[in-house]
Design a protein around this ligand. Structure first.
Ligand code: SF4
Ligand code: SF4
Length: 149
């Protein structure tokens, strides 16, 4: 079952179908093939993905903070605190994506539109490297490995 984000400050209305998603997770979702930080994390990510696939017009709030995927991650506390170099680097990935998509923090858009936008705006290898260059999952990520990347 999909776990709810426990982060605050969401523009998604309480009780709405809106999902808070870190901007760079738009890429990770498309590259997922069953790997992750823990079995609980993988199960939650599967649930998030199947939820979005079942409702492609579901609104997503695009953010640079912890989201519905992070909520089952062993590193969530570290990423919420934003104190480590690693968590700051991850946030930087979100900011790069938002800059390339020309959207502001908290932008809400339908999921299928968000995926179309990111796949059109991050179309070349240098864009992808800018986002994913330091990710340890690159060789297990279908989105990173697709085409000539
Ligand atoms: S390489 Fe890493 S950051 Fe990039 S899309 Fe894949 S899992 Fe996400
Ligand atoms: S490492 Fe941080 S940003 Fe990535 S899923 Fe875990 S908590 Fe979220």
């Amino acid at each position: 079952m999909l776990e709810k984000s426990n982060t605050s400050g969401s523009d998604c209305e309480a009780g709405s179908e809106c999902l808070k998603i870190r901007a760079h997770h738009l890429c990770c979702i498309q590259g997922f093939q069953g790997y992750g930080y823990s079995p609980v994390f993988v199960a939650n990510l599967r649930a998030v993905i199947s939820d979005i696939k079942a409702s492609p017009s579901r609104p997503l709030e695009l953010v640079s903070e912890c989201d519905v995927i992070c909520t089952s991650c062993p590193s969530e506390r570290e990423c919420i605190a934003q104190k480590s170099i690693a968590s700051q680097r991850i946030r930087e990935m979100d900011l790069v994506v938002m800059e390339k998509l020309k959207i502001a923090e908290g932008t809400v858009m339908e999921a299928d539109k968000a995926f179309r936008l990111i796949n059109s705006q991050l179309a070349n290898a240098s864009d992808v490297e800018e986002v994913c260059g330091s990710c340890k999952w690159r060789q297990k990520c279908l989105w990173y490995m697709q085409d000539e990347r």
